[in-house]
Design a protein around this ligand. Structure first.
Ligand SMILES: Cc1cc2nc3c(=O)[nH]c(=O)nc-3n(C[C@H](O)[C@H](O)[C@H](O)COP(=O)(O)OP(=O)(O)OC[C@H]3O[C@@H](n4cnc5c(N)ncnc54)[C@H](O)[C@@H]3O)c2cc1C
Length: 227
């Protein structure tokens, strides 16, 4: 509550990350309460919605309805989600239905639908598109264009993790979008395990590294030819 108050006083956005399903419900409830208090005029507090969960597009719709009904601006960071393997493993071990989408196409479909839904409700939504997926970032920009919304609309932000996908960050910035790098920081004993977890658990890191290596190789080849 005190952190939210300070963020509102300074007019600085505060993003709450999403974690594993088994700890997420109270986080969602708490963040909605904070938004109801602090997001009356601007999106200050943001929750995170993981579209690799099959129930989250509906949850996003419900959150937008709640914001309309209670007259606050919903702040949302949309991600695909980082704990897929862990979620599936626990569901299997404990014998409940997996909360994760059946395949990547379903996660992609819901992520892009979530972005589109937010963009068509920008009077009530502050959106942060948090992705390294070129196609999703492109779709978000096209959706802004189709709706005649300026790329630097104060309710639309993009972000990539620090050290990843600079090609996307730089191109979004060049096009005039609000874009940032997400930088984990803190005591070394907290940050190193976070980074290790990401490397181990997030299959997207492997895919992304491959995509970026390809781009670096292409650029090196171009420079050799140019030189
Ligand atoms: C700024 C920022 C903040 C972030 N904050 C959070 C956060 O708070 N909580 C969090 O969980 N993550 C967070 N992430 C991580 C984010 O979830 C990962 O970046 C994401 O998982 C990678 O997806 P992508 O959109 O970059 O694209 P891609 O690389 O296209 O997608 C990979 C993702 O797709 C999904 N996927 C892959 N295969 C399958 C499959 N077989 N079935 C179903 N789904 C599949 C998984 O989510 C996988 O990670 C954040 C990322 C950024 C950039």
């Amino acid at each position: 509550m005190r952190v939210c108050e300070k963020a509102a006083e300074k007019n600085i956005g505060m993003l709450v990350d999403a974690e594993e399903t088994w700890i997420q419900d109270p986080v969602d409830a708490l963040v909605m309460l904070m938004m109801d208090s602090f997001n009356k005029e601007n999106p200050i507090i943001y929750n995170t919605i993981q579209h690799y969960r099959h129930d989250r597009l509906m949850f996003l719709k419900d959150c937008i309805d709640a914001a309309k009904e209670r007259n606050f601006i919903l702040g949302v960071k949309l991600v695909r989600g980082a704990y897929m393997e862990k979620e599936r493993k626990r569901a299997e071990e404990e014998g409940y239905a997996s909360p994760i989408q059946p395949d990547k196409i379903s996660s992609d479909r819901d992520f892009d639908a979530g972005v589109a839904l937010c963009i068509t409700n920008l009077d009530r939504v502050g959106l942060l598109v948090a992705s390294h997926n070129e196609h999703s970032n492109m779709l978000a920009v096209e959706k802004l264009q189709q709706n005649n919304i300026p790329f630097n609309h104060p309710h639309v932000n993009f972000s990539q993790l620090y050290g990843m996908s600079d090609n996307i960050t730089f191109n979004l910035a060049k096009a005039g979008c609000n874009v940032s790098k997400y930088l984990p920081f803190g005591p070394i004993e907290d940050v190193i395990p976070y980074l290790m977890r990401r490397a181990q658990e997030n299959t997207s890191v492997k895919g992304q590294t491959g995509r970026e290596l390809g781009l670096i190789e292409k650029e090196l080849k171009r420079r050799r030819v140019a030189g």
